[in-house]
Write a protein that binds this ligand. Structure first.
Ligand SMILES: NC(=O)c1ccc[n+]([C@@H]2O[C@H](COP(=O)([O-])OP(=O)(O)OC[C@H]3O[C@@H](n4cnc5c(N)ncnc54)[C@H](OP(=O)(O)O)[C@@H]3O)[C@@H](O)[C@H]2O)c1
Length: 343
């Protein structure tokens, strides 16, 4: 039996959902994969950090953070943060789930570098490091005989990056098109039933999908960083979110949406990219979608992507009702794939 020491950097919605999934799957991990785990470190922004080389009580850590208290009470070592925290934690796998920084990808890039340098697998749901440091982190991982995996960054737990890495060897991605931002899709779906834009945004905030400042979603930044991540990794063309031709949904009116409905059409915030010679044309913009398109049927927080490659006909993946639990599965799958790839 192999025991992996796990380190959590960020213990919010996603980090906690991953902890719960690991606890739920513990017996299966043991029986099917002959592996077990201990969590040697958890760091947060405002809820302190805890390190115990012998393994923290993960259930107790969940209860502490959920009740708003600090993790310091269960730590066996003095409080440290960031790179210092990683260096102080004995670990085999680092899960980096801190908030995304669209502009620079920091401090997540430094966290992941420190984890790889310390010999850990580096796994994240954070899109920043993928668009700002994909090559650097992948090269460092190869040098250290470890993996930098990030399945959950686009379409949560649905297999996108691992699909091309594993199931589609030698396939060249020529273009993709999809609905990749849950918040805007939910807002547009609510407006189809007559809700005003502000009320639809408020609803998305109330159910915990949209942030207090919803501009990252509404203005298309979240969609653009996902397009940039897909182009960078799957097309091999480095692309930053600012290089994506981006229009958000802010200019769409209730009248536009109702008129589309009358014509049996729907407005969707469409993410797309197409390879042209050695360049790429990448866009995020609202489009009128006819009922005959697979994008038409994707409602609420669900998402879809359609790939065109040089080897298959159009290939689509639809993910219904994603959330922190499905994001957690993407991280869990990355963990198993990374440790399997190591042996
Ligand atoms: N939510 C989803 O379903 C989803 C889906 C795909 C990708 N993601 C990505 O996953 C990441 C985490 O999302 P989330 O929803 O879990 O966010 P969240 O609920 O806001 O949690 C963020 C966590 O990071 C901690 N943190 C903030 N700054 C830190 C720092 N400098 N060092 C260590 N910890 C720090 C926060 O601590 P405090 O709370 O104590 O400040 C909190 O524990 C983000 O990059 C997000 O874009 C999320």
């Amino acid at each position: 039996m192999t025991r992996y020491r796990l380190v959590f950097l960020g213990f919010g919605n996603v980090g906690q959902a991953l902890a719960q999934l690991l606890l739920r799957k513990r017996a299966e991990l043991l029986s099917l994969y002959d592996l077990d785990f201990s969590v040697t470190g958890i760091a947060t922004g405002r809820h302190g950090s805890a390190i115990d080389p012998d393994g923290l009580d993960l259930q107790a850590a969940l209860e502490i953070v959920q009740s708003g208290r600090s993790l310091e009470s269960i730590s066996k070592q003095p409080s440290v943060s960031g790179v210092e925290f990683i260096q102080a934690c004995p670990g085999d796998v680092c899960f980096e789930n801190t908030p995304v920084n669209y502009q620079s990808g920091e401090p997540a890039i430094s966290h992941l570098k420190a984890a790889l340098q310390a010999g850990m697998q580096a796994i994240t749901a954070n899109k920043g490091p993928v668009v700002h440091a994909y090559r650097e982190l992948t090269d460092l991982a190869a040098q250290m005989n470890r993996r930098f995996y990030f399945e959950s960054t686009v379409m949560d737990g649905a297999p996108i990056f691992s699909l091309f890495r594993g199931a589609l060897p030698g396939a060249e991605l020529r273009s993709f098109r999809g609905v990749l931002n849950s918040t805007t899709n939910l807002i547009l779906t609510r407006m189809e039933t007559g809700a005003q834009f502000a009320d639809a945004v408020a609803y998305a905030q109330q159910i915990g999908i949209a942030e207090t400042d919803p501009s990252g979603d509404v203005d298309g930044w979240d969609a653009a960083i996902k397009v940039a991540a897909l182009v960078t990794v799957l097309m091999g063309i480095p692309l930053l979110p600012g290089q994506v031709d981006r229009t958000g949904i802010g200019a769409l009116t209730l009248a536009d949406i109702q008129a589309a409905k009358q014509a049996n059409q729907r407005w969707k915030l469409v993410c797309s990219a197409k390879r042209q010679d050695n360049q790429v044309v990448a866009q995020v913009k609202p489009e009128l979608i006819p009922a005959s398109s697979p994008l038409y049927a994707v409602e609420g927080t669900s998402s879809i992507i359609e790939f065109k490659t040089d080897v298959l006909g159009p290939l689509s993946i639809v993910e219904a009702n994603p959330g922190p639990d499905t994001t957690a599965y993407g991280l869990f799958a990355d963990f198993l794939n990374a440790v399997a790839a190591r042996s």
